[in-house]
Every structure is written in C-alpha cells, then in structure tokens.
Design a protein around this ligand. Structure first.
Ligand code: ADP
Ligand code: MG
Length: 374
C-alpha cells in the first residue's frame, strides 16, 4: 500500500541573537522578522524581503522551534521518511538548533526528537510492536566515517589488523529510500538509549576533529533513525526513517559557487556543499538531470531532495551587518530550496509481504524455514 503525498520542501528561517564579537564590531542589526512568514534585510542597496514557511526571531526558544517540527517527526512512526537539515554559515546556529548548547541546558531538535519518537511509541504500545535503530555518520572531505564505530582502542587495533575499516556506502532501496550499507546500525529501546548512542557518536566525532577546530564546521553530521512498527491487529508493517543533518558551514561553498570551475576543483573540501547547490539548482529549475552522484552528501540526501521524503530545511542566519553577504547568500539559497517538490510515500507492507520478507531473510542467513512460516 502506498499513499502519495506530493509537497514542497518546507523551509524555516531562524535568526540567532547578536553575539559579543558582532556587538564589539559595532555591527548594526540588519535582519528583522516582519511576521511569522517573512523577514526584511537591510542592504546598502535597499531592503529585501524573503518569505518562508516560518520565521523564528532571536527570541524564539528551542521549544518554539520544536513545536513546529513535532508533527513531522510523528509521521516517521506512520511510515514516512522525514529529513530535517540545518543550513547556514559557520556560527549561525546550526548546531545549536539541531543538537543544542554544550551543556544541554537548551537541547536542540535531535535530543527532543528522540523523546518524541519514544513518547509516541509508548502511547501506541498496546496496539503495535516497535523496533527503533540508528546509524550515525560524519562526512568530511567526501569521506564517510561511521561514528558508532570507535576509532580508538580495540576497534582501531582491529582495523589495523585487517588493513581497512569497513566501508560505508550509500545505497537506495527499490522505493528510493537511502540507506548506509556497511554502517553500524544499533537498536535502541528508549530515548535514553538513543541519546547515549548519540553521545557516543559525538565523542567519536570529536576525536577526528582535534587537529583543527575549524574541521568540525567543515564536516556534516548525519543521523538516521529507523522506526519499524507492526500493527498487532492486522499485521501490517510500517517503516519510517528520520534523517537529521547538521551541515558544514556554507560560507566557502557560497564563495566557490560564485567563482569559476577551477576554483571549485581546488576547493575539494567544500565539494559536497557545492554539489548540494548544484542539485538544488537542477531541482528548482526542474532540469531533467539532477547530479546526485557528484558527492556523498547529495547521495545521502537524494531521497530528501526531490525524492521520497517529507523534508524541512532550517536556514540559520546572523542578524548582524558584518555577516550581511553570507546572510543574503543563505537566504537566496533557501528560497531556491522552497521551490523543490518531493513525493513522500508512506511505507506500509501487508502482513503477508512482511512475512515473506522474513522468510527470505531466514533463508539468506541459512536458517531453515517450516511450513508455518510461509
Ligand atoms: P554553527 O553550528 O552554525 O557553526 P553554532 O550552533 O555552534 O553555529 O552557534 C554558534 C554560537 O552561537 C554557539 O555558542 C551557540 O550556542 C550560539 N547560538 C546560536 N544560536 C543561538 C540561539 N538561537 N540562542 C542562543 N545562542 C545561540
Ligand atoms: Mg556547527
């Protein structure tokens, strides 16, 4: 059974508060929220207005933001693929929005969504059987690293022993849903367990980013949460996926995009973000060919951009005059994303299909199957 839901990608805009260094530079505030759906940016050449599905001012709390994404997260449990990603220059508030502040006094979308998933599952627990699992990846310089596999200690010894770490590859299933082949997928039975996995992933991320502080703003964090639910009354099985992406800082990509081809090649560190820009341009212009294959990032996000997912982009911006150029670039980029149409399909399988799949799985792993299974 497939339920189609054609829809535009939704785009929220969040303005962060002015920070100390901006205030010290004497930068004026150039961004103003006009109403819940529009902002005004004062530029030297006059003011520009931008419209979004929702605008959050510097005063907006993490709760305010989460309030408007809650329903989207719930639809994962109904069998939809959902992607939420944060875009913006370094320091614009992407990690604050997605993860929260360092001491988690103001948790962001990721930890809040873990709670929502398990709260909804709890409410439905008498009627459904649920399985929640997750993979967590970091993409740096077009290399995927599995954050659920520790880089130190035993795992590293193992890796050295066998020469190469297990390769993670991005694949798509028949319904076009992206999955990370070779990535460690761990099950979680509570929001706390899922959060513990996430903390483990963040710790692993830190190790790889010790060389240079800026590296963390040049890598993308990708969290995939799969929710499988079996209706105990009719046996139907729903499978939904929630992708949460904290993108690398967009500033260099923006500059690259403005320049010629050579610069783009030299600037391989930002290859993935410029590839994302190319995909967004192709989709918003409805070109017949969309260059998803040009980077790992666009492969990871293939189902979320122009594909089978309900997608929300959060564009994070600074309010200050000193970041005006990057802010305008981000807002133009986000405006293009708004024009992209996705076709979200609910993934539901009948009891019979789900049983057959189980039989095939058993056979593949060399187990015997008795007649009762078929
Ligand atoms: P990015 O991930 O885009 O590089 P961060 O999320 O790390 O940016 O934000 C930079 C700094 O600004 C951090 O210290 C963060 O806590 C703070 N910050 C960002 N957004 C907000 C906000 N809405 N309210 C309060 N502080 C914020
Ligand atoms: Mg960040």
């Amino acid at each position: 059974m497939v339920e189609d839901m054609k829809g535009k990608i939704r785009v929220f805009c969040r303005i962060r508060p002015m920070n100390r260094s901006e205030a010290a530079q004497g930068g004026a505030t150039v961004v103003a929220k006009l109403d819940d759906y529009s902002i005004n940016v004062a530029t030297p050449r006059g003011s520009r207005e931008f419209q979004f599905d929702r605008v959050f001012s510097a005063e907006a709390t993490q709760e305010d933001l989460f309030h408007d994404t809650n329903r989207l997260i719930q639809s994962v449990i109904d069998g939809y693929n959902v992607c939420i990603f944060a875009y913006g220059q370094t320091g614009s508030g992407k990690t604050f929005t997605m993860v929260g502040d360092k001491d988690q006094k103001n948790p962001g979308l990721m930890p809040r969504s873990f709670n929502t998933i398990f709260n909804v599952l709890q409410e439905n627990s008498p009627k459904f059987y649920f399985k929640v699992s997750a993979y967590m990846l970091e993409l740096y310089n077009d290399r995927l690293q599995d954050l659920l596999v520790s880089q130190g200690g035993e795992a590293q010894a193992q890796t050295h022993l066998h020469g190469q770490a297990k390769r993670v590859e991005i694949k798509r299933n028949r319904k076009g849903v992206v999955f990370a082949q070779g990535a460690e997928t761990k099950q979680a039975s509570s929001a706390q367990e899922l959060y513990a996995l996430f903390q483990q992933a963040c710790a692993n991320r830190h190790i790889s980013a010790t060389k240079m502080n800026v590296e963390s703003s040049r890598s993308h964090l990708i969290v995939g949460i799969m929710v499988e639910s079996r209706n105990l009354t009719n046996g139907n099985v729903c499978t939904g996926k929630l992708s949460l992406v904290d993108l690398a800082g967009s500033e260099r990509a923006a500059k690259t995009g403005a320049k010629d081809h050579q610069l783009k090649e030299a600037n391989s560190i930002n290859k993935s973000l410029s590839a994302l820009g190319d995909v967004i341009s192709a989709l918003s212009a409805e070109l017949p060919h969309v260059p998803y294959r040009n980077s790992k990032l666009t492969q990871v996000m293939q189902d979320s951009l122009g594909g089978n997912a309900k997608t929300l982009m959060i564009v994070n911006i600074s309010p200050s005059e000193c970041n005006l150029d990057e802010t305008i670039t981000s807002l133009i980029y986000a405006t293009r994303v708004k024009a992209i149409t996705n076709n979200a399909q609910r993934n539901v399988e009948s009891k019979e299909i789900a049983q057959l799949k189980e039989v095939i799985m058993k056979l593949k792993s060399g187990q015997t199957v008795d007649e009762g299974d078929v």
